[in-house]
Design a binder for this molecule. Structure first.
Ligand SMILES: NC(=O)c1ccc[n+]([C@@H]2O[C@H](COP(=O)([O-])OP(=O)(O)OC[C@H]3O[C@@H](n4cnc5c(N)ncnc54)[C@H](OP(=O)(O)O)[C@@H]3O)[C@@H](O)[C@H]2O)c1
Length: 337
């Protein structure tokens, strides 16, 4: 079996025959890692519990682009991308996990401080590993991934009523829009090119609109009270969104694909008693498990292919570079098995 690794900011791909060929950086992912603070090897009893997971599907998201492109400083040497993925447990010293268990992993420094899921095998503390619901395959889990966690976090704080989702053809926006639509909400999806948004229609999304124009975005006047809730992954539609929200509405900020310095109408926030909250995928393990159950019960089996952009390891370099152009491809899911 061959593995694909992203090793530098240019997404130069190195195909290696074995995980062991990764050298020292993979030590963290090897069962034999256990070393104490002085460098002395730990006995089995002293070693903190771990779960070793063989990744079947790695998901690549905007975070991988940010880290790999050096926007937060140079990526570490031997950088291996993949902040999330799904697979099966190979080995575990944690009582809740057994070889063969199907699991989802994300965060905990994956693809950042430790080699990511593109290494094909990750060794993590048990709190970083989430059992899949019986009704969810590893491919489906990687397909929805952190976008499912963010959507669930938003859903928990939303009241009833119509929802707007920006960046709806992107990875996060598409999952959020699909989950809310399948949960029976009236969803408006905003996407730069509604003409190519057939997947959104097939996912049951009622209204698909182009983003507001520059004039509409920067205007001062209030629009109709259209939305009770919104998920914004772009950052640059906040001013417009605040002026279209129902009184008491909630806007969940999930991303900043267009800008990290959003404009907003303070007057609309004040007069319409809006709440702006941040949502992210760093949920407690029990909440992540609940999120996956919610998504498994909400989406239809035929929805998952509409959410994913499937890729082989050799396709990764251009796909990662495309994050800069934000092409609206859905979630990038790389088959490793
Ligand atoms: N909070 C979290 O835990 C979490 C988890 C996942 C992602 N995120 C964040 O969410 C954001 C999106 O991530 P992603 O993985 O979904 O990225 P993505 O697949 O590239 O999607 C981003 C989408 O945003 C829209 N967009 C981007 N630039 C735009 C611009 N200049 N003007 C208007 N629309 C623009 C596009 O939507 P259309 O193609 O529909 O126009 C694009 O497809 C990122 O900031 C990421 O860090 C956060």
């Amino acid at each position: 079996m061959r593995r694909a690794l992203l090793v530098n900011a240019e997404y130069k791909i190195q195909l290696l025959d074995r995980v062991a060929d990764l050298g020292p950086s993979i030590e963290q992912n090897s069962p034999a890692m256990a070393k104490g603070p002085t460098g002395k090897s730990l006995t089995a009893a002293e070693t903190p519990p771990y779960v070793l997971v063989r990744i079947e599907y790695a998901a690549l998201n905007f975070r991988d682009y940010i880290i790999g492109s050096g926007r937060y400083g140079a990526p570490p040497h031997d950088y291996v991308a993949g902040n999330e993925g799904a697979g099966v447990v190979l080995d575990s010293t944690a009582p809740d996990f057994r070889p063969g268990d199907a699991v989802f992993v994300n965060g905990h420094g994956l693809g950042e401080k430790r080699p990511g899921t593109m290494s094909g095998q990750v060794r993590l503390p048990p709190e970083a590993v989430i059992h899949l619901p019986d009704a969810m395959t590893t491919l489906q889990a990687a397909t929805v991934g952190v976008a499912a966690l963010v959507t669930f976090a938003a859903d928990r704080v939303f009241g009833p009523g119509p929802v707007a989702v920006t960046g709806a053809m992107g990875g996060t926006g598409r999952v959020a829009a699909a989950c809310f639509a399948r949960a029976g909400r009236d969803v408006t999806a905003l996407t730069r090119d509604p003409a190519r948004a057939t997947p959104l229609t097939e996912l049951g999304i009622g209204t698909i609109l182009p983003p507001p124009t520059e004039t509409e975005r920067t205007a001062e006047g209030f629009g109709p009270e259209s939305y009770a809730a919104a998920v914004d992954v772009t950052g640059d539609m906040l001013n417009w969104l605040t002026r279209q929200m129902r009184t008491g509405g909630v806007i969940a900020l999930a991303g900043f694909a267009a800008t990290n310095r959003p404009d907003l109408s303070a007057l609309a926030v004040i007069l319409r008693n809006l709440r702006l909250i941040g949502v992210n995928s760093g949920l407690a393990p029990s909440d992540k498990a609940q999120a996956l159950h919610w998504v498994a019960a909400t989406l239809h089996p035929g929805d998952y292919p509409l959410l994913a952009h499937p890729a082989d390891p050799q396709d990764i370099a251009p796909l990662m570079r495309d994050f800069a152009g934000a092409r609206g491809r859905g979630r990038i899911v790389v088959t490793l098995q």
